[in-house]
Design a protein around this ligand. Structure first.
Ligand code: C2G
Length: 144
């Protein structure tokens, strides 16, 4: 008899957005948690110009932030985040099954629920780019 052909499940795709300045364990843990639930992870990295729109000035230039996120084992694709209003197009273009963000964004992207799952995962406590910068400044002052 013909062997039963197992239906091959299409790999599921998650999309996430961020600046990833001073790439740290909080970012890595988020990516790791996303990959525990979805097969592929596509990351939109905010350009330096979009950071200005977000009111952020990152220490690490865009090209280096892209290189570090791309080097992360949990990440499959990286592309630029240039505007607030590109997410619907991105979801369609990448065929994303889910838009996933850390919990500081809870509720903020629920408008995309008609297009894909919208999931907020717990942030990693005790670490942030802002805290890392403050820690370095404090150490420099302490050593003066
Ligand atoms: N994050 C986390 N734990 C931390 C710090 C950050 O889980 N300790 C998550 C955030 O919740 C976010 C992602 O890491 O999902 C990236 O954080 P940022 O680089 O600060 O990005 P942000 O400025 O929030 O940009 O259009 C969406 C924006 O581009 C998101």
């Amino acid at each position: 008899a013909r062997p039963m052909l197992q239906p091959v499940r299409r790999p599921t795709v998650a999309l996430t957005y961020g600046t990833y300045d001073l790439f740290h364990i909080g970012h890595v843990r988020l990516f790791e948690r996303i990959r525990e639930r979805w097969d592929r992870l596509i990351v939109a990295v905010s350009t330096d110009e979009f950071n200005a729109i977000k009111g952020k000035r990152s220490v690490v230039p865009y090209a280096d932030r892209v290189a570090m996120v791309s080097a992360c084992r949990w990440v499959d694709e990286v592309f630029p985040e240039r505007r607030w209003d590109q997410k619907a197009d991105d979801i369609r273009r990448w065929g994303a099954d889910a838009l996933v963000m850390g919990s500081d964004w809870t509720g903020r992207f629920d408008d995309f629920k008609p297009l894909c799952e919208v999931v907020y995962l717990p942030r990693t406590e005790g670490v942030s780019s802002t805290a890392l910068k403050a820690d370095v400044v404090a150490r420099v002052h302490a050593s003066i």
